[in-house]
Design a protein around this ligand. Sequence first.
Ligand code: SF4
Length: 209
Amino acid sequence: MDNGLKAVLDMRVDKVIKNLEKRNMKGYHVKSRDELFALLGELVPAGATVANGGSMTLEELGVFSWLREREDITFFDRETGDRRKCMVAAFDSDVYFAGTNAVTEDGCLYNVDGNGNRVAAMIYGPKSVVVVVGVNKIVSDLDAAKERVRKIAAPANTVRLSCDTPCAKTGECMDCNSPSRICCNFVVMSNQRVKDRLKVIILDESLGY
Ligand code: SF4
């Protein structure tokens, strides 16, 4: 990456991290996957119970495979176990993994969910929540976050999941009333009562959508 561009991106990430910290959330900037997994090793101690809310970013990075290979933790794996039981068990887990649809420069997380299990557990339950996000998810403000979901994240997800929704055909939100609608819960996380419960790891890659 060009040095000028890299410097600008670094400054943007620094700004996000400072603003997350003002909101009682912990921000990390990692420059490589090796650095990411070294940090995850610290955040997921031996003996931990671990759950996840599903995430293309975490899938792309191999985080779920890494969790499955860990013999020293209990992973409530919703892909191989009873899906509902894993989602409910997530609320009492030690560490909960999730992606996010957008993170604003002033340190808020914005997510849109269908079931709502992901945002519910991000808000309350797990002792620690680890969000991994690519730099592509950083946006200027909440309006840009909403636009990002309507123009990119939700349509891409409906295509991936073969949902019968208008956005899967047009590539943008038509504010549908479809039975397959995936946009049911709109959540802004703007602070945490428990300091550093929510950890946001920003990786220098474009990941997920
Ligand atoms: S509200 Fe409907 S059309 Fe809009 S993004 Fe969600 S599923 Fe697609």
